[in-house]
Unconditional design. Structure first.
Length: 697
């Protein structure tokens, strides 16, 4: 494996809505550049970057994958990413490590919901962008419609640098606005093409489109603008320079046309990556924090600087173990050396450095600034860690992964698997930071959270296939709470005379509601020693213990205040235990008086579906006690926002699928707790009582 310098490296990330063709485009780029010797297909499960079992089986990308090729004597590192919402955290990780983004858009569908989402990520990371309109060979593919949708979403900066030669089944190649030549492709998937003069029927379109492009290219630079006014045109070099500047400034997003599966237009995309996208050396300096001073520090992307690297992704391979994917910002890193993990404050022994081609690892002796590598079996290192020369410390900021949107309870099919589950989940969450798991202290259920049902199901499939743990997925118990609406003033008195030593504790408390989210407050207003000071915490403990066990249906009681204002004691028979029991008795009496009610979690829900389903979906939400918050249109996708009780949403996924024929999706997150309506509350209390008597039997 050759070693490349940062000037000769391009780090691109392919992003876009699911099924736009990112994985297929990666596949074609690798094939046409000679990095692999067959054009891998998603359908055949043999692409380089969809290599995980779950990806092959489901024919979608689930995690980001790294591949590379050589083109025009440059090394192109390609990060292929998922485009469906549940897996966008992976896309963020990849973009964090890339120097430019290639946005892939379907020539039939145009800009889709997640295209806009990933575009926002690029804004966040300030990435130069180019756009590939893919699937030009498909029926109903349209140049004009797609360009209109690009301009509508991303402004006039989304400007074509090509004209497609035919469309749909006649798509045969591209005409370059820069060289004013046509590239006509063979239709056999070989990627071979011939350069020819622009066919006569395109000359008008060409001159118009070229004029528009030259104006855009000249806009970013005064010098170019002057040249343009003086000569009425730009030289090829100036043209490229203008586009490059525009891309770096974020004012130009050149648009290309291609078909990845028929292998048309890919060479021009590769040319654009090497000619227009910034080299690893040309991007802005890498910024981080000096951990000692907490001040911002900068690093030039250069092999001459001390080493500094960032772990952007971890793969939990059941055979190879932990694989860390690393971006080297500065310096040189070598195989079989020891490096300082600044984030963990530990030294790590590196084995051989490797360059990934999907799942295939190619050993490399050393890697220079601006490049990527993989290293296996690091002990302490996790995603987001920074490595650096201790004499020149720098810590890079990591990606914030959004909280999961949906939670399921899981149970092992065989009882002995409890430990295995935790181990396997620990590994899985190492590679997928968007998955969370924990044991609910209240219900004792093992909860598995992810971004949507599919995400959780894939995790369950990984548990079974990789780690041999079979689990059952259950909708989780809704974490209800209890609270009070009224006030109470009661006495809790515990007196027992058994033979010699008795027990005596006596307290008087007031109870009142607190605002939502107020949790619990305890005020001690005992004066003059009605209860000795050392027993007062026992009263509070008696109350909080009982509150945790619940009063109505076994759910924790929250948002209330207790004031302890009087009581009495016995010099011999009083004890902590006796006062704890007195506190607990007082709590129960107070709850009876204070008009207890159940609280339920209310979720903020967003539903995305084609507009024709809006009526059916809002109707359904109303029947789920949902409150509509607003409607939004993004092209032909309706976004419905509502607040809905969690209890009504646990079984929503299959309903949405059946109502929309699989075309809808939704996202939800916790908003707040609210009172359960009385008639529903009664049922919950009744069920809890049944469960309790069953347990006792
Ligand atoms: N007709 C046609 N189909 C394509 C093209 N590119 C990808 N596809 C198909 O579209 C589907 C999704 O492609 P994939 O590369 O997995 O999209 P990704 O989700 O963006 O990675 C697959 O069935 C591909 O075979 C193309 O240029 N033309
Ligand atoms: Mg893909």
């Amino acid at each position: 494996m050759k070693v490349f310098e940062s000037e000769s490296i391009r780090n691109i990330c392919l992003i876009g809505h699911g099924a736009a063709g990112k994985t297929s485009l990666t596949s074609a780029m690798l094939f046409d550049s000679g990095a692999v010797n067959r054009l891998g297909r998603v359908e055949d499960g043999n692409t380089v970057t969809d290599w995980e079992d779950e990806e092959i089986e489901r024919k979608i990308s689930i995690s980001c994958a790294l591949a590379h090729c050589e083109w025009n004597k440059k090394k192109i590192n390609i990060l292929d990413t998922p485009g469906y919402r549940p897996f966008l955290a992976e896309t963020q990780l990849a973009l964090r490590a890339a120097d430019a983004a290639v946005i892939v858009v379907d020539a039939v569908a145009g800009v889709e919901v997640q295209t806009e989402k990933v575009w926002e990520f690029c804004d966040e990371y300030n990435l130069p962008r180019m756009i590939v309109v893919n699937k030009c060979d498909r029926d109903n593919a349209s140049k004009d419609r797609t360009l209109a949708s690009l301009e509508e979403s991303f402004g006039r900066g989304a400007v074509p640098v090509q004209i497609p030669l035919g469309m749909e089944k006649d798509f045969a190649g591209v005409i370059s606005l820069l060289t004013e030549k046509a590239c006509r492709y063979e239709k056999d998937g070989s990627g071979k093409f011939k350069e020819e003069d622009v066919p006569a029927e395109y000359t008008d379109e060409l001159s118009q489109a070229r004029e528009k492009l030259i104006e855009m290219a000249a806009e970013g630079s005064d010098a170019l603008m002057e040249k343009f006014f003086a000569d009425g045109t730009l030289s090829h070099e100036d043209f490229i320079e203008g586009l490059k500047t525009g891309m770096m400034q974020g004012s130009i997003y050149p648009v290309f046309f291609a078909s990845s599966t028929v292998n048309i237009g890919i060479a021009q995309v590769l040319n654009a990556v090497t000619d227009l996208c910034p080299s690893a050396a040309a991007v802005a300096k890498a910024t981080g924090i000096d951990p000692k001073t907490n001040e911002a520090v900068e690093r030039t992307i250069s092999s001459a600087e001390p080493y500094a690297a960032y772990v952007f992704k971890t793969v939990a391979d059941p055979f190879a173990g932990r694989i860390s994917l690393v971006k080297l910002y500065s310096g040189i890193m070598r195989s079989d050396s020891t490096y300082n993990n600044q984030t963990k404050g530990k030294n790590e022994k590196f084995g051989p450095l490797q360059v990934p081609q999907g799942k295939t690892m190619i050993p490399v002796g050393e890697v220079h600034a601006g490049d990527f590598f993989a290293v296996t079996k690091l002990k302490e290192t996790t995603t987001g860690d920074s490595f650096c020369d201790p004499s020149s410390p720098i810590v890079f900021s990591s990606v914030e992964i959004p909280e999961p949107s949906i939670t399921f309870a899981i149970e092992p099919k065989s009882r002995g698997d409890e430990d295995k589950i935790s181990n396997a989940l620990a590994r899985i969450t190492e590679e997928d930071a968007a998955i969370k798991y924990n044991r609910d202290p209240q219900t004792k259920q093992l909860l598995l959270s992810g971004n949507g049902q599919l995400h959780v199901e894939i995790t369950v499939a990984k548990l079974s296939k990789r780690y041999g743990v079979e689990v059952i997925l259950k909708t989780p118990k809704v974490p209800y709470r209890e609270t009070i609406r009224g006030k109470a003033d009661v006495q809790g008195r515990h007196k027992k005379q058994t033979g010699g030593h008795g027990q005596f504790g006596d307290c008087r408390i007031k109870m009142e509601p607190l605002p939502r989210g107020g949790q619990f407050e305890f005020a001690n207003e005992i004066f003059g020693g009605a209860i000795p000071r050392n027993f007062i915490p026992a009263v509070e403990k008696g109350i909080t213990d009982s509150a945790a066990r619940g009063f109505l249906a076994g759910y924790p009681v929250v948002d209330f205040k207790v004031t302890l204002y009087d009581g009495s004691f016995h010099p011999v028979d009083s004890s902590e235990m006796a006062f704890k029991i007195a506190g607990s008795l007082a709590f129960k009496k107070a709850m009876e008086q204070a008009n207890p009610v159940l609280l339920e979690p209310i979720m903020n829900v967003e539903i995305y579906a084609p507009q024709e389903y809006a009526g059916a979906l809002t109707g359904d939400l109303t029947s789920r006690r949902g409150r509509l918050q607003g409607m939004d249109m993004k092209r032909d996708i309706q976004i419905i926002k509502a607040q809905v009780p969690m209890a009504e949403m646990v079984s929503y996924s299959p309903v949405l699928t059946s109502v929309t024929g699989g075309r809808g999706s939704f996202h939800m997150e916790f908003s707040h707790y609210d009172e359960v309506p009385a008639h529903i509350g009664e049922k919950i209390v009744e069920e809890a009582r049944k469960e309790r008597t069953e347990e006792e039997e």
